[in-house]
Design a protein around this ligand. Sequence first.
Ligand code: FE
Length: 130
Amino acid sequence: MAEKAQKSDAEWRERLTPEQYEMTRKAGTEPAFTGPHWDEKGEGTYRCVCCGVELFSSDTKFDSGTGWPSFTEPVNLEQVELRPDNSLFTRRTKVVCKRCDAHLGHVFDDGPGPTGQRYCINGCALSFDR
Ligand code: FE
């Protein structure tokens, strides 16, 4: 496990755009179809926008119709942490970057493929490397 990427709130605010900061450091959710990458179909790697760790591959990306980048699984389960999220009056599981604690999105059990999982991730939380 790589060492933790820790920065102060002020440092994150300075490094990130307002949208990136709101989604990753304040657990926001971007409005559907407004963020980057939801319609991206190219081959490449999706990284944490905060710390750069590799999180998702285009190989597992699918068109969920939700307006958020959606994946069947992370590149490496060691890189993400799944936490119970009981906000919004419903029980969900949030997905967090283990290295820097960035809020990424949520995972649901209605995905296609062998895992049956749908990682629904804020586009603002990801950078894309072709
Ligand atoms: Fe990170």
